[in-house]
Design a protein around this ligand. Sequence first.
Ligand SMILES: Cc1ncc(COP(=O)(O)O)c(CNC2(C(=O)O)CC2)c1O
Length: 338
Amino acid sequence: VKLRSIPKESFLFGPSPIQSLPRLSKVLSPDGGVKIYAKRDDCNSGLAYGGNKVRKLEYLVADAKKQGCDTLVSVGGVQSNHTRAVTAVATASGMKAVTVQEKWVPIDPPLYDKTGNILLSRLMGGDVRLNQEGFHIGHKEATKEAMDSVKANGGKPYYVPAGASDHELGGLGFTNFVVELAEQEASMNIFFDTLIVCSVTGSSHAGLIVGAVAEGKGRKIIGIDASGKPVETKAQVSRIARNTAALLDPKLEIPDSAIILDERFHEGIYGIPGPSTIAAMKTAAQTDAVITDPVYEGKSMAGMIQLVKEGAIKPGSNVLYVHLGGQPALNAYSSYFE
Ligand SMILES: Cc1ncc(COP(=O)(O)O)c(CNC2(C(=O)O)CC2)c1O
């Protein structure tokens, strides 16, 4: 109830589509024991390829407007989907965007800082500021400088942390995702007992946990770490989940058992695909033409494939792959697919 009373923008087309993946299901569960579907948050909005950040930013942009801000300031890697989404929602809302893009991934393949997400941000007129700072999911010094520069120019900046995650409103988007999912399940007459989601700055995963615990239907949320720093990610997921629960219903307890992060698929480092990521991307693309990216969804797809294959997901399960986006960055990683 409280969730519906919190203001949000309308950046989404409506409920993101739920798609059956029959050929992938057949490959992973030949006896039909496990059925796999995807909820396509990568197709959730007309704003510059949409994705999970657009869903989260519905709440943060409403807050920015309430505060009379005119510029969104945020941070990510060179090929950040998040900073592209911040630029998109700012532009569509008649606001400006300043994005600090750091060297979160220690590689320099052809066109890495010219194509994909950063190209989109520039095309939308974003103020894109590159630096050489390394990866971390926390708050970064360079964003403070960017905030100060906006103020110095008479602007009123609104700070959006990495991934729109470590923010009071960061978990609401994906808590609302579960409400939306339940409505779709009712009309489809199905229940997805297991959700698989990529986890890095953690508020997509955290929001799903809050939604699942609040609805009390025993829905299992399995986060697949892609940060390569699972201790930090798990701590941030836990913190965001508990802060979001407290915001919505002080009596809502998030048990440790609800916070599941599988650390086997990050391939040792954020932002670089390894063999299992590339193989998973090809499996998804070559069964149901589901396109994933080498930084995020390719790693959660690898996680889902392994979890189904090893029998960690019991027969009779309906598994929902939560597709959060990321495809534009593929163009910066073409050298990995030659
Ligand atoms: C396509 C895609 N899938 C999953 C995730 C992980 O989501 P969380 O950050 O909410 O854990 C991202 C995040 N991306 C970040 C970015 O800067 O793009 C915040 C890290 C993502 O873009």
